[in-house]
Design a protein around this ligand. Structure first.
Ligand code: ZN
Length: 129
């Protein structure tokens, strides 16, 4: 059995959720993992299951904004930008995340229309059966 995740780790996995919601997600996942381990569920069922808070975390850049539906989700680029990137940002083709932000989790994409941020995190990266 995996040890419970720390609050910090949960914050990285679910940057868009409140602390209570993160714990709820953690319990949901642990419940599934437990059931798989005792043979009551399969990994496929787990993957297909709907978590309590599925929103705004995607494994890929969504075509449309999950919030406003606009076709204007662009990548957030970290690091120190060169002139080409600055120009692309002006054109609304990407968003620059800045070079010196907090160690906290960064969103991967943002809607240029409503500024909804989308994170590329998930349990797939953390857990392997
Ligand atoms: Zn939007």
């Amino acid at each position: 059995m995996q040890p419970p995740l720390t609050t910090k780790k949960l914050a990285k996995l679910y940057p868009h959720l409140t602390v209570e919601q993160r714990l709820e997600m953690e319990e949901w996942h642990r419940g599934w993992i437990h059931n798989i381990m005792i043979g009551q569920a399969t990994g496929e069922e787990y993957k297909a299951a709907m978590p309590p808070y599925p929103e705004e975390v995607r494994s890929r850049k969504p075509k449309k904004c999950p919030k406003c539906g606009a076709n204007s989700v662009v990548e957030i680029i970290g690091g120190y930008p060169g002139p080409e990137l600055l120009e692309l940002e002006k054109q609304g083709k990407l968003i620059l995340g800045g070079c010196c932000h907090d160690p906290g989790p960064d969103a991967s994409w943002e809607c240029t229309n409503c500024h909804q941020q989308i994170w590329k995190t998930g349990w797939d990266a953390e857990i392997s059966f």
